[in-house]
Write a protein that binds this ligand. Structure first.
Ligand code: FAD
Ligand code: FES
Ligand code: FES
Length: 1343
C-alpha cells in the first residue's frame, strides 16, 4: 500500500493523513478516544505510534475506493474538479475530507475549511479542492454523472451516499473464544520498533487493526515482548488480536510493548499510571505524541520508557459545577471543543468567557489531525513559551491537580510560578498531571485571548495573550486584573507591572498611555532575543491590550456603563475577524478553446484518478528490491571550514550499517552540477552548511539515519563567513557581474524632471515540493549499466552527471522519470546532490540504493529561490513618464554557480517590468556566499526583477500623488514597441488583459468603496491594486530550446507516446496526449504515456522555462505527421476504415508505425556584449501576458491580513486545456503569494538554516486562498508561434500576479500611515509578513 505519503514527518503537511476509528465497548458505538463523543478521526500517521493504534481500525486512502473498483465520492469530486496536480498531497487531503464526511455527511464550507487546516498543497492554489469538496457536500440525490464531455464538472457526479460506507470492522469485536481460535493463525510480529520508529508503516495499514495478545487483565509490565504478537490476515484487513478484548463489553487491558530501544506501557487505571510514573520518574507520559513525536522523529532523541495515559478514563473527563469546569489532563482537544461548546451554550456567554477564549484559540491550534490526538495535559506540561492554552489558564486563575503515587494529590495555582524556566513546570519528579480547573467568570469580570502567528492556520503563535479584568461592583474601576503572554520570554509570563499598577484605575482612554509604559517595563526584549522580531513582539503586546481595552469598552457599552465609537468597535478578535467563507465564481472560460478533437477541452489530469486513490507511484513507492540498501547523506554542519577528520567508529557499530562512501569512492569525476561547479562529495573543505561530505549505507532507512547521526566530523573554521548579500557586497564576493545598458541612463537621469532613489530586499523562497528529492539507483552488473529512477525535471542532466561520476559513457546510464511530487525548478539541477552519491554507493556496493531526503534535509541541502536586493534611481517627467533607470541588482547565489547566471540574465530582461524605459543601465551582481547553492524556482529571477520594477512604479506614484495604476498605464508598452534589449513586441495583448481585468473586477467602483471604508475605520484598512505581467517564453540558454518525441502505434491501434518533458503535476502529459490525439484524430483514451526515459528520447532539455508544452508538443506533432504521412496512401484508398483497421492494414502492408519528432524554436537569438552591456536580439519566442486585481484587508494592530478578492485575466492563447491552465494560474498565484506575503527562509550567524520543515517555514494554507478567486482566460487570443495557437505552460507567468496582493497591502498600509501622520513613500521589503505590515502601519504602539 503506497497511498499514504510522507511529506514532512512532523505533522505539518497532512500528506500522511489516515482515518482512525475506535469502538466504545461500553456504549457500543464508535468513539474518538474517549467515549462521550461518537466519531471517526483523522490523524497524522507520521506522529502516530503503531502501538497507540491498539484497538483501532485504520483506514488509508486505499480503503475507500480504487480505480479497479470504484472511486469514493470524495475521490471522484477531487478528480473531476481538477483538484490534484502532482498528486503527492492528494491522498492526505482525501482522507481529511473522508474523515469529516464519516462524521458529518453534509458538511458546510466552514466544516470543510476546518478539516483541511492541517493539509498543505503546493501545486493547486486550493480553489479546485474546496470547489470539489463543496460539491461532495452539496450534491443532491439523482444528479447522475453522465456527460463526461461537459466543460464544467460541477453537476456531473453521483450523490454522496453515506449509507454505503463500510461498517466498523466486526473482526474487532470478536468474542474471546473466537479470538483464541484465531490465535492459532500464523503469527507475524508487529513490524515496528516501538517509539522511535513506531510510525504507522505506510505500506502495511490498509484497515489495520492492531491487537496484541497480552492476556486478560494482566498488569504485566515486566512481561517481555515475546508475548506480544500481531496477527494479520494478509491483504486488506490486517488484524492483530488482543486476547484481552474478549468481548465488546470487556474493559480495556493494560499493555506493554518492548522495542529495540524503547518500552511502552499503557496502563488503564490511575493507580497503575501513577505507580508506573513513580517507578520510572524519567519516563515520558505520551498521549498525542505531537510534542514527543517531533523530538524522537525529527530531532532524533530517544526516550527509553514511555507511559501513555490515553486509556486512563479517570483523567479523560470534562465536568463542571456552579463555580467552574474541570478538565482531565488526557482530554483530547477536539473532544474538548465539543464539550466546551455545549457548556457555553448551556451556561451562557458571560460565565464561560474563559471557555470561549479556549475555543477561539483551539480553532487556530494546529489542524484537525493534531487536535484529534493531542491533549490539554500535553500542552500544559510541555510548558512551551508559545503554548496557546497556558496564557489563558494563567489569566483565568486556573488550578492544576498533580498526583504522586506515594503522596496523593496536590493543587497548584497556574500562575507565574507554575513555569519556573524554559519548558519546565513545577511538577516534581514522578508527578502526573490529573486535571485543570477553570473558574467561571463572576459578575463584572471579563476575559479574552488573542494570538498572532505568521500564517493564520496551523501555526504556532508569535505572541499570544490572555487578559482578564474584574471591576468593582457597579463601577468601571479595576478590582482585579491578570494578563498572561506567550512568546515574550522563555516561559508563558504574566505582565507584573501592568497587573500591579492597573488596580484601582478607571477603564477610560487615559489608561492606554500608562499601560503602554508599564508594559514596556514588563517586556523589554534584548535585541538578539530568541525568536527575533523584537519590536514587533513588543508592539503586539500593546496592541493586544488595546484590543482588549476596546472589547471591554464594548461590553460595558452594551451593559450601558459607557459609550464606545463605531470605529473602535470594528476591532474584532482573530477568530471572527475574517469570518467570511470563500466563494468562487464558476470558470465560465473552462470550455472555451479550439474544439479540434481533444485540444482545448478541460480534460482532467491524466493521472488524476491515480492521485486521488493513492495508486500513483512516486520514487519511494517503487517496490523494494530484495538486496536493496538505503542511503543517508552526511552533510556539513559548518558553513566555511576545513574538514580535519571523519570518524566512523560509532556509526560502524550501529545496527544495519553496511558502508560509508565519500570522494575516495568515486570512479570518475568528483566535479558535478552545472558547468561542473559542484562537488559530489566535499574534499577537505566545506563552503556551506548542508554540503554533502559522505553517505552512510545501511539495510533500512531508520538504520541509515541513525548511523549517519553517529558520524563525527572535526572541522576547522575558515573566516570570513559570507552569508548575506550585504556580506558579499562588503567582501566583494561575486561569482559574476552582468551589465545590460540601453541609451544613456546617467545623462537621462540628470535631465529628468524628477528622480527618486529606492531600495528593496526580496527574500528567497523554499520550493517545498511535497515529494522531497529522491532516487533509486539499480546497478545492472551484467552490462556495467546503471538504471536510475529519479524525481527529476532533467533526466538528461542526471544521465550526464551519473556517467561522468562513474567514468562511463552516457549510453550505460538509463534515467527514468515517471512523475514527480512537484518540482517548481527545485528538481532542475539540484537532484544531483542525491543521485550522484547514490550512484557512487550503488557502484561500490553492487546493490540497489534508495534515498529520499527527509523534509529537513531537503530544505537544508537543495537550495532555494534567490534572495534579491536592489538599489535604484529612476527618472521621470512630472506626468509620471519614465525617462531613465539605473538599477543595481544583487542575488544571493550561494556557494556554487548552478543556474545563477541564467537566473540573473532573466532578471535583467525583466527588470523593466511591462514598461517602456528609453534609457536604462542595470548591473546584476551574482553574489558568492556560504549558503547552499540557490537554484531555479518558478519565474527564474523574473518575479524578483518585476517586483523591483513595481516598487519604483509605486515610488513614482507616491512622489507625484497619483495612483500606481495611472503610472502603469502611462508607461505600459504598446504594440510594436521595442524592449530595451531590442525585441519588438508583436500581438501585444497586455493592454487587453489590463482593461478586461479592471472591468471584470469593477476596479474603479471598488476603489471608491475602499476609500469610504478606510475613512470610517481606524484600525482596519483595505487596499486594492492592479498589476500587469509579461513573461518572456524561451530558455535564455538558446541550445536548450529543442525537444524530441517518439510516437509508437501498435497493431491494435493503441499509441505509446514518449517525449522529452517530465510530469511534475503541471499536466504536461495530459496536454501532450491531447496534442497527439488531435494530430492523429483518435480519442485521448487510446494514447498512453508511460514515463520519460533517456532510453526512448535522448538529449532532452529540462522541463523548465515554461516551454514544456510548446517544444514537446511541436516534436509530437512532427512525429504524428510522419506517421500520418505514411498512412496517407492507405487512407486515400480506404477512407471508410476505422483507425484500428487502418493500423492493422498498415502493419500488414509493412508500413512503419513509429516515428520520432524533433523541434527547435526558430528565430531566437541575442547579441549581448557583456563589456558594454549593450544587448540586441530576440531572446524570447513570444511573451505571455496577464493582469490581476486584488483587494485586501489588514488588521493594523496585528499586521494580519486577508485577501478579500482576486481577479485574474490571463492570455493563454488558444488554451490546450483550460482546466489545466486555470489550475496552473491559481497554483502559481498562490505560490507567488507565499513568496511575497508569507515565506521567509531564515539563517543564523553560523549559516545554519533555521526554517527547516513546515513547523518553522510556512507556505500558504487553505485559509490563505482569496475569499473570492476568479480566473478568466483572455478571449479570442491566438498565438501563431506555438502549438495549436496556445501559449506556454502556465507554470511561471502568473506567479508574479500575486504582486497585486503585495501592492494592495501597500495601499492599505498607506491609508493607516496617513492616520498616524506618516505621509509619502516608505520602503516595503518582501515578503510583507504580519510583522512588517504591523510595523509599517506605525502608530503609538510601535514607537
Ligand atoms: C503540527 C503541530 C502543530 C501544533 N500546533 C500547536 C499550536 O497551534 N498551539 C500549541 O500550543 N501547540 C501546538 N502544537 C504542540 C502540541 O500539539 C501541543 O502542545 C499538544 O497539546 C501536546 O499534546 P500531546 O498529547 O500530543 O503531548 P505529548 O507529545 O504526548 O506529550 C507532551 C508532553 O506532556 C507531558 N504530559 C502529557 N500528559 C501528561 C500528564 N498527564 N502529566 C504529566 N505530563 C504529561 C509528556 O510527558 C510530554 O513531555 C503543535 C504540534 C504540532 C506537531
Ligand atoms: S508527513 Fe505527516 S504531516 Fe507531513
Ligand atoms: S497536488 Fe498538492 S502538492 Fe502537488
Amino acid at each position: 500500500l503506497t497511498g499514504t505519503k510522507l511529506g514532512c514527518s512532523e505533522g505539518g503537511c497532512g500528506a500522511c493523513t489516515v482515518m482512525v476509528s475506535k469502538w466504545d465497548r461500553l456504549q457500543n458505538r464508535i468513539f474518538s478516544q474517549q467515549h462521550f463523543v461518537c466519531r471517526h478521526f483523522s490523524v497524522n500517521s507520521c506522529l502516530a505510534p503503531v502501538v497507540s493504534m491498539h484497538d483501532c481500525a485504520v483506514t488509508t486512502v486505499e480503503g475507500i475506493g480504487s480505480t479497479k473498483t470504484k472511486l469514493h465520492a470524495v475521490q471522484e469530486r477531487l478528480w473531476k474538479f481538477h483538484g490534484s496536480q502532482c498528486g503527492f498531497c492528494t491522498p492526505g487531503i482525501v482522507m481529511s475530507m473522508y474523515a469529516l464526511l464519516r462524521n458529518n455527511s453534509s458538511p458546510k464550507m466552514p466544516n470543510i475549511e476546518t478539516c483541511l487546516q492541517g493539509n498543505l498543497c503546493r501545486c493547486t492554489g486550493y480553489r479546485p479542492i474546496l470547489g470539489g469538496f463543496t460539491a461532495t457536500a452539496t450534491a443532491k440525490p439523482n444528479e447522475v454523472y453522465e456527460k463526461s464531455d461537459k466543460n464544467d464538472c460541477s453537476d456531473c457526479y453521483k450523490p454522496y451516499d453515506p449509507s454505503q460506507e463500510p461498517i466498523f470492522p466486526p473482526e474487532l469485536l470478536v468474542s474471546f473464544h473466537l479470538l483464541n481460535c484465531m490465535l492459532i493463525a500464523q503469527s507475524v510480529r508487529i513490524l515496528c520498533h516501538i517509539a522511535q520508529s513506531v510510525r504507522i508503516l505506510y505500506a502495511a495499514v490498509h484497515n489495520m487493526y492492531a491487537y496484541d495478545v497480552t492476556l486478560h487483565n494482566l498488569y504485566a509490565y515486566d512481561v517481555t515482548l515475546h508475548n506480544l504478537y500481531a496477527y494479520y490476515a494478509a491483504v486488506h484487513n490486517m488484524y492483530a488480536y488482543n486476547a484481552a478484548i474478549s468481548s465488546r463489553n470487556h474493559p480495556v487491558s493494560p499493555l506493554k510493548f518492548v522495542g529495540e530501544r524503547v518500552t511502552w506501557y499503557r496502563p488503564t487505571t490511575l493507580d497503575q499510571l501513577t505507580d508506573l510514573k513513580e517507578k520510572y520518574p524519567d519516563a515520558h507520559l505520551v498521549v498525542g505524541n505531537t510534542e514527543i513525536g517531533i523530538e524522537t522523529g525529527v530531532k532524533g532523541r530517544c526516550y527509553p520508557v514511555i507511559v501513555t495515559p490515553a486509556a486512563v478514563e479517570e483523567i479523560s473527563f470534562v465536568k463542571y459545577d456552579q463555580s467552574g469546569i474541570e478538565i482531565g489532563a488526557s482530554c483530547i482537544l477536539s473532544n474538548l471543543v465539543q464539550q466546551l461548546n455545549k457548556i457555553v451554550e448551556e451556561k451562557g456567554g458571560h460565565l464561560t468567557q474563559p471557555l470561549s477564549a479556549i475555543l477561539e484559540m483551539l480553532h487556530w491550534f494546529a489542524g484537525d489531525q493534531i487536535r484529534n490526538v493531542a491533549v490539554i495535559g500535553g500542552n500544559i506540561m510541555t510548558a512551551s513559551p508559545i503554548s496557546d492554552l497556558n496564557p489563558i489558564l494563567m489569566a483565568c486563575c486556573a488550578t492544576a491537580t498533580f498526583m504522586l503515587h506515594s503522596r496523593g494529590t496536590r493543587k497548584v495555582p497556574m500562575d507565574q510560578s507554575f513555569f519556573p524556566s524554559y519548558r519546565k513546570t513545577c511538577a516534581t519528579k514522578g508527578e502526573v498531571l490529573l486535571s485543570v480547573r477553570i473558574p467561571f467568570m463572576r459578575k463584572g469580570e471579563y476575559m479574552k485571548a488573542y494570538m498572532q502567528s505568521k500564517r493564520r492556520e496551523d501555526d504556532i503563535a508569535i505572541v499570544n495573550a490572555a487578559l482578564r479584568v474584574k471591576f468593582y461592583p457597579g463601577s468601571r474601576k479595576v478590582e482585579e486584573f491578570s494578563a498572561a503572554f506567550g512568546g515574550m520570554a522563555a516561559t508563558s509570563v504574566m505582565a507584573k507591572n501592568l497587573m500591579e499598577n492597573i488596580i484601582g484605575r478607571e477603564w477610560k482612554d487615559d489608561l492606554i498611555d500608562d499601560v503602554s509604559a508599564w508594559m514596556r517595563e514588563d517586556f523589554k526584549l534584548e535585541q538578539n532575543a530568541p525568536g527575533g522580531m523584537v519590536e514587533y513582539r513588543e508592539a503586539l503586546t500593546l496592541s493586544f491590550f488595546f484590543k482588549f481595552y476596546i472589547h471591554i469598552k464594548d461590553c460595558l457599552c452594551k451593559e450601558g456603563a459607557t459609550q464606545v465609537s463605531i470605529t473602535e468597535l470594528r476591532i474584532k478578535s482573530k477568530h471572527s475577524t475574517w469570518g467570511e467563507s470563500p466563494c468562487f465564481t464558476e470558470h465560465s472560460d473552462m470550455g472555451r478553446g479550439l474544439l479540434i478533437v481533444f485540444v482545448g477541452r478541460p480534460l482532467p489530469h491524466s493521472s488524476g484518478q491515480l492521485h486521488v486513490t493513492g495508486e500513483a507511484k512516486y520514487i519511494d513507492d517503487i517496490t523494494p528490491h530484495a538486496d536493496e540498501l538505503y542511503m543517508c547523506l552526511v552533510t556539513s554542519t559548518r558553513c566555511h571550514a576545513y574538514v580535519r577528520d571523519v570518524n566512523l567508529a560509532d556509526a560502524m557499530t550501529s545496527p544495519g550499517y553496511v558502508t560509508y562512501v565519500d570522494h575516495r569512492d568515486i570512479p570518475g569525476s568528483n566535479e558535478c552540477g552545472v558547468m561542473n561547479g559542484d562537488l559530489v562529495f566535499a574534499n577537505g573543505k566545506v563552503t556551506c552548511v548542508g554540503q554533502v561530505i559522505g553517505a552512510v549505507i545501511a539495510d533500512t532507512c531508520a538504520h541509515a539515519q541513525r548511523a549517519a547521526q553517529l558520524v563525527k566530523i572535526t572541522y576547522e573554521d575558515i573566516f570570513p563567513r559570507i552569508l548575506t548579500i550585504e556580506d558579499a557586497i562588503k567582501h566583494e564576493s561575486f561569482h559574476k557581474i552582468l551589465h545590460l545598458n540601453a541609451g544613456d541612463a546617467a545623462a537621462a537621469l540628470d535631465a529628468s524632471e524628477y528622480v527618486i532613489e529606492g531600495e528593496i530586499r526580496i527574500a528567497g523562497q523554499e520550493h517545498f515540493y511535497l515529494e522531497t528529492q529522491a532516487c533509486l539507483v539499480v546497478p545492472q552488473l551484467e552490462s556495467d549499466q546503471m538504471e536510475i529512477y529519479a524525481s527529476s525535471q532533467s533526466p538528461t542532466f542526471l544521465q550526464d552527471n551519473a556517467a561522468s561520476v562513474l567514468g562511463i559513457e552516457n549510453n550505460k546510464v538509463i534515467v527514468r522519470v515517471k512523475r514527480m511530487g512537484g518540482g517548481f525548478g527545485g528538481k532542475e539541477t539540484r537532484f544531483v546532490l542525491v543521485s550522484n552519491p547514490a550512484v557512487v554507493a550503488a557502484k561500490k556496493c553492487g546493490r540497489p540504493i534508495r534515498c529520499m531526503l527527509t523534509r529537513q534535509e531537503d530544505m537544508l541541502i537543495s537550495g532555494q529561490r534567490h534572495s534579491f536586493y536592489a538599489k535604484y534611481k529612476v527618472g521621470f517627467t512630472k506626468e509620471g513618464k519614465l525617462t531613465s533607470l539605473v538599477n543595481n541588482i544583487y542575488s544571493n547565489a550561494g556557494n556554487s554557480l548552478d543556474l545563477s547566471i541564467s537566473v540573473m540574465e532573466r532578471a535583467l530582461y525583466h527588470s523593466g517590468g511591462c514598461y517602456r524605459i528609453p534609457n536604462i543601465s542595470i548591473a546584476g551582481h551574482v553574489c558568492k556566499t556560504n549558503v547552499s547553492s540557490n537554484t531555479a524556482f518558478r519565474g527564474f529571477g523574473a518575479p524578483q526583477a518585476m517586483l523591483i520594477a513595481e516598487d519604483w512604479i509605486s515610488g513614482i506614484a507616491a512622489k507625484l500623488g497619483i495612483s500606481g495604476e495611472k503610472v502603469r498605464e502611462i508607461n505600459m508598452y504598446k504594440e510594436g514597441d521595442n524592449t530595451y534589449y531590442g525585441q519588438v513586441l508583436e500581438c501585444f495583448n497586455l493592454p487587453r488583459c489590463w482593461q478586461e481585468c479592471r472591468q471584470k473586477s469593477n476596479f474603479n467602483e471598488r476603489k471608491e468603496k475602499i476609500e469610504e471604508y478606510n475613512s470610517k475605520n481606524r484600525w482596519r484598512k483595505r487596499g486594492i491594486s492592479c498589476i500587469p505581467t509579461m513573461f518572456g517564453i524561451s530558455f535564455t540558454g538558446f541550445f536548450l530550446n529543442q525537444a524530441g518525441a517518439l510516437v509508437q502505434v501498435y497493431k491494435d491501434g493503441s499509441v505509446l507516446l514518449t517525449h522529452g518533458g517530465t510530469e511534475m503535476g503541471q499536466g504536461l502529459h495530459t496536454k501532450m496526449i491531447q496534442v497527439a490525439s488531435t494530430c492523429l484524430g483518435i480519442p485521448a483514451s487510446r494514447i498512453h504515456i508511460s514515463s520519460t526515459s533517456t532510453e526512448t528520447v535522448p538529449n532532452t532539455s529540462p522541463t523548465a522555462a515554461s516551454v514544456g508544452s510548446d517544444i514537446n508538443g511541436m516534436a509530437i506533432k512532427e512525429a504524428c505527421e510522419k506517421i500520418l504521412g505514411r498512412l496517407k496512401p492507405l487512407r486515400e484508398n480506404l477512407a471508410e476504415l476505422s483507425w484500428d483497421d487502418l493500423i492493422m492494414k498498415a502493419y500488414l502492408e509493412r508500413i512503419s508505425l513509429s516515428a520520432t519528432g524533433f523541434y527547435k524554436t526558430p528565430d531566437i537569438y541575442c547579441n549581448w556584449d557583456q563589456k558594454s552591456g549593450e544587448c540586441f536580439g530576440r531572446p524570447f519566442d513570444y511573451f505571455t501576458y496577464g493582469a490581476a486585481v486584488s483587494e485586501v484587508e489588514i488588521d493594523c494592530l496585528t499586521g494580519d491580513h486577508v485577501v478579500l478578492q482576486t481577479d485574474i485575466v490571463m492570455d493563454v492563447g488558444g488554451s490546450l486545456n483550460p482546466a489545466v491552465d486555470i489550475g496552473q494560474i491559481e497554483g502559481a498565484f498562490m505560490q507567488g503569494y507565499g513568496m511575497m506575503m508569507l515565506e521567509e527562509p531564515l539563517i543564523n550567524i553560523r549559516g545554519e538554516l533555521l526554517t527547516r520543515g513546515p513547523g518553522a517555514y510556512k507556505i500558504p494554507g487553505f485559509g490563505d486562498c482569496p475569499r473570492r478567486f476568479n480566473v478568466h482566460l483572455l478571449q479570442n487570443s491566438r498565438n501563431k508561434r506555438a502549438i495549436f495557437s496556445s501559449k506556454a505552460r502556465f507554470g511561471e507567468p502568473p506567479l508574479f500576479l500575486s504582486a497585486s496582493v503585495f501592492f494592495a497591502v501597500k495601499n492599505a498600509v498607506e491609508s493607516a500611515r496617513k492616520h498616524s501622520g506618516l505621509f509619502g513613500a516608505f520602503r516595503m521589503d518582501s515578503p510583507a509578513t504580519c510583522e512588517r505590515i504591523r510595523m509599517w502601519c506605525g502608530d503609538q504602539f510601535t514607537k
